[in-house]
Design a protein around this ligand. Structure first.
Ligand code: NI
Length: 178
């Protein structure tokens, strides 16, 4: 297993619409294991393949994002070729962060509830519902597979503020040799 490099905005790969996964083999499982190690190392609750430079409609979620404290100790959710089958009309505004914008948090409106259909690492189809943080995490990660990032959902002013903070953070990171 290996910790992969997480691409930071504005890496152009983050704007790519990812291709469907068609082969469910051992190599795919190995890649998922690398993604899990990367998400743990970066202390994230979700990670999309796009963010590690892989052209594949695949994302992982920490079960905490879906089940809260009940999710602790459960395996990560592996979500491949996801499709939104239903989303509530009601939206909620909540704080969002992203490993491609480390240290930046913005308020984003998302549907309160969502239901998706996807495949697991063996290709088995399943459905998953998310509410609150769960819906937010699912939709944030699916966005990545379509080349969409969280700042695309906010006003021009909020976007400018977030990008300024992001640039400052990235500069500080590049000066820090650690
Ligand atoms: Ni993200």
């Amino acid at each position: 297993m290996a910790v992969l490099e997480v691409l930071a905005y504005p890496n152009p790969f983050l704007r790519k619409r990812a291709e469907a996964v068609t082969v469910f083999d051992e190599a795919l499982k190995g890649f998922v294991a690398d993604m899990e190690e990367t998400m743990a190392a970066e202390d994230g609750v979700g990670l999309a393949a796009t963010q590690v430079g892989r052209d594949a409609r695949l994302l992982i979620l920490d079960p905490f994002a879906i089940d809260g404290d009940d999710g602790r100790g459960k395996p990560n959710l592996v979500i491949i070729n996801p499709e939104v089958v239903w989303a509530s009309e009601r939206t909620v505004v909540g704080e969002e962060g992203c490993l491609s914008f480390p240290g930046v948090f913005i308020q984003v409106a998302r549907p309160e509830k969502v239901r998706i259909r996807a495949q697991d690492a063996s290709g088995e189809v399943f459905e998953l519902e998310g509410e609150g943080l769960g819906a937010r995490a699912i939709l944030h990660e699916i966005d990545h597979l379509d080349g969409v990032v969280m700042i695309d959902h906010v006003s021009h002013l909020q976007k400018r503020r977030a990008l300024k903070k992001h640039e400052r953070n990235q500069k500080a990171l590049s000066k820090d040799p650690g």
